[in-house]
Structures are given as C-alpha cells and as structure tokens.
Design a protein around this ligand. Structure first.
Ligand SMILES: NC(=O)c1ccc[n+]([C@@H]2O[C@H](COP(=O)([O-])OP(=O)(O)OC[C@H]3O[C@@H](n4cnc5c(N)ncnc54)[C@H](OP(=O)(O)O)[C@@H]3O)[C@@H](O)[C@H]2O)c1
Length: 264
C-alpha cells in the first residue's frame, strides 16, 4: 500500500504501536484493562491508572508478562487535578511522553431524577467529562508539540440514545462527544486525532446491578440486535484501530461497539 509520503507499507504494519507510550485511565479492570492489554500487544508501553494501586499493579504485571512490553501502575484519582499533574510527570519520567491517551475511567449512578441528588450528577460529570478534559489538557498540547498523538474517549450508546434512570450518565456521555469533536477540530492539522469509542453493554463491575438481576439482564439482551452482551476482548480492536496509524484520517468520530443497539 502506498503511504502519503510515497513509501510502501503492508497495511498490517499500520496497526503496530511500537515505540508508543499509552496511558489508560481505569486501565485496572473492565474495558480499560482489555484496551491496555491490546495496546501493549500491539507494541506500546502502557501506564495503567486508577485509584487502587494494588489493582493497577496486578493489571500492569499481567500485561507486561503477556505482551513483553513495559507496563507501569499509577494510583491517581482522575478527579483531582493536582494529583493528575503530579502523576503525569511521574508517568513521563518512567515511560516517556504519552502518545496515546485513553480516557476510559468512568462511573454510573442510576435512578429516576427525583431520587438523584445534585452531588450524584456532579460526581458522574466529574469523572466522565471533567477528568477527560483535564487529561486532554495535560497531555494533548504535548502531543501537538511532537506532531503525533491519539486521544480516545469512552462514550457509550448513551452518547446517542438513552434509557429512563440514566440522567447523569447519559448527559455525561453526550457531553464527552462535544469534547471529542471540539478537540478533534483544535488539533486536526497537528497530527493528533481525537475520537470516541461508544460501547453497548459489557459485563463489568459498572454493570453488576444489571448482571445480578436476571430480569434486567434479559431485558438488555432483548434490546441488542446481536442478542448478547459484548465480550471484553471485543473492545480491543476498536481501541487499537483508533490508536494506530490505520486511523490517521479519522478524527472527531464515534465508533459504536454495541452489537447493533444504536442501529435501531
Ligand atoms: N461496561 C459497559 O457496558 C460500558 C458501556 C458503555 C460505556 N462504558 C464506559 O467504558 C468505561 C469503562 O467502563 P467499565 O465498565 O470497564 O468500568 P469498570 O469495570 O467499573 O472500571 C472502571 C475503571 O475506572 C476506574 N476509576 C473509576 N473512577 C476513577 C477515578 N476517579 N480515578 C481513577 N480511576 C477511576 C476504576 O478503578 P478504581 O475504582 O480502582 O479507581 C476502574 O479501573 C467507562 O467510561 C464507561 O462509562 C462502559
């Protein structure tokens, strides 16, 4: 395949991430864990970030062992901007400049609006929107300086549609698309792309309420055209694509990984 500079490359080479450094917030478990593993398997060194050091260490050790790449653990609350800035310096000192930022850490507080408090709403917005803003502000401009970078935000099917009882979460996942599109435009000519992955239901801790309730679980399955929940490994390809040179001309977009939920 002919590249923009006239050189020839096999298309599979475009998916390699050798020499890149990736940071995955919430990389200790769930979708973030699967994404961190995928990026390492493709050749990136990975910083695994969450509030729980033991979980980050466990994930980082397993990822390093399985991929042969460097993986390091950092305990940070992404809602605390001073801690984030301090951690950013530690991550860069340990692994090098961050080329790929995955804003994956997220929370969900469900309930009808009359049962939700202002602080419930603010907590969801803080983790799901303000933290990606802060992380993008810390790492994005440095990617711009170096002329290459990837920011991948975790949206949701709730970035496009909703369900009753999801006011804070759906508001946050719609907002993350606004952030995604805006930064995509700001950095469009700088080699830095900004995209979102919008998953449908995956069996993670976030969904344990649904997973532990057979009626709710079945109701969700009935809404998914493919008739099943996603497997954690099924998020990996989307993340790798958006993180790689294969997606060089993709920015400001949302990639739905939802078994067809939003096609209806
Ligand atoms: N699972 C789904 O079906 C689904 C569907 C659509 C979108 N998503 C989105 O995908 C992302 C990952 O979801 P998941 O289901 O994999 O979640 P999860 O299994 O609950 O994992 C969440 C991760 O985020 C970390 N985290 C939460 N708050 C944090 C904070 N303040 N600072 C640092 N780390 C924090 C958690 O670690 P600690 O608690 O130890 O900090 C954990 O590593 C989220 O943005 C979510 O909204 C998930």
């Amino acid at each position: 395949m002919e590249m923009p500079n006239g050189s020839q490359k096999n298309v599979m080479e475009l998916f390699r991430l050798d020499g890149r450094v990736a940071l995955v917030t919430g990389g200790s478990k769930g979708l973030g864990r699967s994404i961190a593993q995928a990026l390492a398997e493709a050749g990136a060194d990975v910083a695994v970030v969450s509030r729980t050091l033991a979980d980050c260490r466990k994930a980082a050790n397993e990822i390093a062992e399985q991929s042969g790449r460097r993986a390091a653990a950092f305990a940070v609350d992404v809602n605390k901007s001073d801690d984030l800035k301090k951690a950013a310096a530690e991550i860069e000192a340990s692994l090098g400049p961050v080329d790929i930022l995955v804003n994956n850490a997220g929370i969900n507080i469900r309930g009808p609006i009359d049962e939700l408090s202002e602080s419930d709403f603010e907590a969801v917005m803080a983790t799901n929107v303000t933290a990606p803003f802060l992380c993008s502000k810390i790492f994005g401009p440095k990617m711009v300086e170096r002329g290459w970078g990837r920011v991948i935000n975790l949206g949701s099917i709730m970035s496009a549609v909703s369900l009753p009882g999801r006011a804070p979460y759906a508001a946050s996942k719609a907002a993350i698309m606004g952030l995604t599109r805006t930064l995509a435009l700001e950095w469009a000519t700088k080699g830095v792309t900004v995209n979102a992955i919008c998953p449908g239901p995956f069996a993670t801790e976030m969904n344990k309420q649904l997973l532990n309730d057979p009626a709710k679980y079945k109701d969700f399955v009935s809404k998914i055209p493919m008739g099943r929940w996603g497997e954690l490994s099924e998020i990996a390809g989307a993340a790798l694509f958006l993180a790689s040179d294969a997606a060089a001309f993709v920015t400001g977009s949302a990639l739905f990984v939802d078994g067809g939920w939003t096609a209806q």
